[in-house]
Design a protein around this ligand. Structure first.
Ligand code: ZN
Length: 150
């Protein structure tokens, strides 16, 4: 678990300092806002959905390192995925975040996202890590209401 912890810290810092897909998406046909009151994380997720496939995805906003890194890595992981695949990844991601701390996650599909198992040690941060995903789900459902993590 200690290798995972190091990797976790490295990746979070990297994606926090240089978030990927961190911009507006003018030709997005789905978007939603997310807000994590607990921490103050605020973000907007843009999706260009075409024939059930996430052709492009980006985000804007401001928040703690974990929320930014999670958004950044989510957009990387989901580009080109189908809606079904996206939902499945979210489920697995959520399981990794909330699983027992002494267990290494067994979810090869998650790839790099598995490093978020490090968040298990900080339960209050789980909402920071899942905010982008909840916001994405709202965007895909085309809900107009802002999302909160409460
Ligand atoms: Zn946060």
């Amino acid at each position: 678990m200690s290798d995972l912890r190091e990797l976790y810290q490295e990746m979070i810092l990297d994606h926090c300092k240089r978030p990927r897909n961190f911009h507006n998406l003018p030709d997005a046909n789905r978007a939603a806002d997310g807000f994590n009151r607990l921490c103050g994380d605020k973000l907007r997720v843009f999706v260009k959905l075409d024939d059930g496939i996430i052709k492009d995805i980006a985000f804007e906003g401001d928040g703690c390192c974990i929320s930014k890194a999670s958004s950044s890595m989510m957009t990387e992981a989901l580009k080109g995925k189908t809606l079904d695949e996206a939902h499945k990844l979210f489920q697995q991601f959520h399981e990794v975040l909330t699983g027992p701390p002494d267990e290494t996650p067994d979810a090869p599909e998650l790839g790099k996202l598995a490093v978020f198992a490090g968040v298990r040690e900080f339960p209050v941060r789980v909402k920071c890590a899942t905010l982008a995903w909840h916001t994405l789900e709202a965007a895909l459902k085309d809900e107009q209401k802002p999302v909160t993590t409460e």
